[in-house]
Design a protein around this ligand. Sequence first.
Ligand code: ZN
Length: 131
Amino acid sequence: MKINHLGIATKGIDEALKFWAGALGLENVHTETVEDQKVRVAMLPIGDTRIELLEATADDSPIAKFVEKRGGGIHHIAVEVENIEESLAKLKSEGMRLIDESPRVGAENCLVAFVHPSSANGVLLELVQKQ
Ligand code: ZN
């Protein structure tokens, strides 16, 4: 396993890029809207992983709620797995609480599923499988 990316909730990607790309010097290599999750994302490689900047595209987006409550910040950690179905089955068999019982298509056409923070020490965990 490895950390595929760190998801950071922002009020707006363009504004956030002034820090992450402009001031810090990371490169934004990919921007896309994930309709299913009502977010726009920007991917900035850093070492073997990436920073994923997230911006809500609708008022009822999970990111809109997060930003409203906390003003932004680390939203989730994404762990890359070989077989997401197997990982979900294993977590379920261990009694862990899943947000997604089965994978959805996320950014960059990856399969993704979220594990509830109540099972991961308050951390929202995203499982990612490249396909
Ligand atoms: Zn993510």
